[in-house]
Design a protein around this ligand. Sequence first.
Ligand SMILES: Cc1cc2nc3c(=O)[nH]c(=O)nc-3n(C[C@H](O)[C@H](O)[C@H](O)COP(=O)(O)OP(=O)(O)OC[C@H]3O[C@@H](n4cnc5c(N)ncnc54)[C@H](O)[C@@H]3O)c2cc1C
Length: 149
Amino acid sequence: MSARRIAIVGAGHAGGRVAQHLMALDSACQVLLIGDEPFAPYERPALSKAVLAGEQAWGELMLAADEFWTAHPRLERITARVVGLDSERRCLSLHDGRQVEFDELVVATGGAARPLRVPGGDLPGLHVLRGIGDCEKLAATLIAGSRCW
Ligand SMILES: Cc1cc2nc3c(=O)[nH]c(=O)nc-3n(C[C@H](O)[C@H](O)[C@H](O)COP(=O)(O)OP(=O)(O)OC[C@H]3O[C@@H](n4cnc5c(N)ncnc54)[C@H](O)[C@@H]3O)c2cc1C
């Protein structure tokens, strides 16, 4: 009998932890962790605190060492955006045209920052803080001791 394929959409904190627990608890499954960020799963809270203040490196936010996501034969991490779900065929469509079949599906797509849809909502200097890239961009504009407004 072939291994159950469990697809997890969203490689954030929730998706990453599900993958880790499946690896530990279910020795008979194949896990496909699909996320559209170019980073392994990480925790976000410090992005608006210690990392932004330059007191912690974002590399310390990772849920596990890089090897965990690459070396496990039953775990495959796919960097892509899921753009379609066919629940009858149990198949996901990725933004690059690939199709991923699964037996079971975990949706861990979390949240996203909503754009500020008001006049001036696209002015330069207006930032979103959701991911590592956002934090790096914002930190680069901050000057210690200066006013933010
Ligand atoms: C700056 C910041 C500070 C925070 N501070 C705190 C705090 O102090 N205390 C606290 O309790 N909480 C805090 N939070 C909230 C906490 O980080 C979230 O509750 C947590 O990130 C939720 O994890 P998640 O995995 O459910 O979702 P997310 O972290 O949103 O992860 C979902 C992932 O799925 C990916 N994804 C979404 N759609 C698709 C798709 N179609 N295809 C592929 N991938 C997809 C996203 O890109 C993302 O990587 C903070 C959040 C932020 C942004």
